[in-house]
Design a protein around this ligand. Structure first.
Ligand code: NDP
Length: 432
């Protein structure tokens, strides 16, 4: 805390992980010799830079850019870029730290990094977003490369922004280096199923959690917070598997429809028209609630897919009281530690984001594989790989929890399971 003042989200993520590593450290003190834990918590490199750009009125705007290259024990740094006004070093470091364990759990050869900017894309024209992306990449490009650091999207960075970033990287370097960014368009090196991967993967993980309880999604009511990339495709997969999405949200409030939200219409509204969730009720029914808590909507499964700390203790109490039985994090750290405790005490099965939402980065690694071999796989092939990967992550979490005498505790299972692979690699590579 003294070394990283004011980085609340980073402290929260590190505290949670270190606490759950305790049984492993007691059993294998040799693993953490040579200050391994201290090195694990200290990023290998942190880059902070100025991003100047000209808005549509001809005024110069200045934002701050970040890239935290956290750990390269398992492969090149890999993790998304977030454009949101709340971004500062503490958020980027928490995301980069979680990414180490997530990427390890995915079983793919990828290290961990994260980046972004406090740029707010809301209300900006396409031209402004392009100029911002070009300025951002004009500084960042020197730190990237398919063997060095491979960013992707996150909040506020989707296919359009990855396109502008890739175009500028290519222009500066004069290299068509497809493997330098993931989340690309299908016409220029992108992987089929990458857009869907995080949301689909979260729901595949939930299927395994439900199977442990001897059932499936058929006929269950599901609440999905957010209405961005992760939320929309989680909702789509829930519907495909026979569940009913009864509520979704954005930062303006939530929409509830107990008959089930028309997910295709919602995808059209959010992705194609970049509209607000409040507009859905005008044309497709349901009820829009400005502000308020989406967790008050009764459901059996809840998937927080918007942002960090969006599900607090009060929200968790609502979920438990209304009979919710499974919570899986589609977003990164959406549940506060207090919320996780409430769910644990109420006996609600809980999956942390580093396990449940790892499908996105896993398919990004598959995109890198396709770029390296100049190949392009079918949707079904990639989706089948995603299913296998999610099954593997679930197995690792369950088996590790059992091995450390906390059966069913997927938080401990994910943290220890993810940590062991990175620790093995770091120990093998000397004091790095
Ligand atoms: P998007 O930008 O596509 O969507 C984010 C959604 O969350 C929007 O509906 C947005 O509403 C809402 N939201 C964002 N910030 C806030 C906030 N502070 N308060 C309330 N609502 C908010 O992002 P993604 O779907 O890509 O990412 C969502 C989460 O999933 C993040 O935690 C991200 O780190 C995580 N994640 C994403 C992966 C990916 O592949 N994209 C992979 C793994 C994890 P509004 O539009 O009103 O701001």
């Amino acid at each position: 805390h003294r070394r990283n003042p004011g980085e609340a989200e980073f402290h929260q993520a590190v505290d949670e992980v270190l606490l759950s590593l305790t049984p492993m450290i007691e059993r294998h003190p040799d693993y953490v010799e040579d200050s391994l834990i201290e090195r694990f918590c200290e990023p290998e490199r942190q880059i902070i830079f100025r991003v100047p750009w000209v808005d549509d009125n001809g005024c110069v705007q200045v934002n701050r850019g970040f890239r935290v290259e956290f750990n390269s024990a398992l492969g090149p740094y890999k993790g998304g870029l977030r454009f949101h006004p709340s971004v500062y070093l503490g958020i980027v470091k928490f995301l980069g730290f979680e990414q180490i364990l997530k990427n390890s759990l995915s079983g793919m050869p990828i290290g961990a990094g994260k980046g972004g900017s406090d740029f707010d894309p809301k209300g900006r024209s396409e031209g402004e977003i392009m100029r911002f992306c070009q300025s951002f990449m004009t500084e960042l490009y020197r730190h990237l490369g398919e063997y060095t650091d491979v960013p992707a999207g996150d909040i506020g960075v989707g296919g359009r922004e990855v396109g502008f970033l890739f175009g500028q990287y290519k222009r500066i370097t004069n290299r068509y280096e497809a493997g330098v960014l993931t989340g690309k368009g299908l016409a220029w090196g992108g992987a089929r199923a990458r857009t869907e991967a995080t949301g689909y993967g979260t729901v595949y993980f939930v299927e395994h959690m439900l199977a442990e309880q001897g059932r499936n999604l058929e006929g269950l009511d599901v609440v999905v917070s957010g209405a961005g990339n992760v939320a929309l495709y989680a909702a789509q997969k829930v519907t495909q598997l026979g569940g009913r999405v009864v509520a979704m949200s954005d930062s303006g409030g939530y929409l509830v429809d107990t008959d089930g939200i028309d997910v295709a219409a919602m995808i059209g509204l959010k992705e194609k028209r970049r509209g607000r969730i409040s507009e859905y009720a005008d044309t497709h029914g349901g009820r829009h609630v400005s502000g308020g808590s989406i967790w008050e909507v009764p459901c059996t499964v809840a998937l927080p897919c918007a942002t960090q700390n969006e599900l607090d203790a009060e929200g968790a109490h609502h979920l438990a009281r209304n009979g919710c039985q499974v919570v899986a994090e589609g977003a990164n750290m959406p549940a506060t530690p207090e919320a996780v405790e409430v769910l644990r005490e109420a006996g609600v099965a809980f999956a942390p984001g580093k396990a449940a939402n790892a499908g996105g980065v896993a398919v990004s690694a598959l995109e890198m594989q396709q770029n390296a071999t100049r190949d392009s796989w079918s949707f079904d092939h990639t989706d089948a790989r995603l299913r296998e990967i999610m099954a593997g992550i679930h197995r690792t979490c369950v088996d590790t929890a059992e091995a450390y005498d906390v059966p069913g505790d997927l938080v401990t299972g994910a943290n220890i399971g993810g940590f062991l692979r990175v620790a093995d690699a770091m120990n093998a590579q000397g004091v790095i």
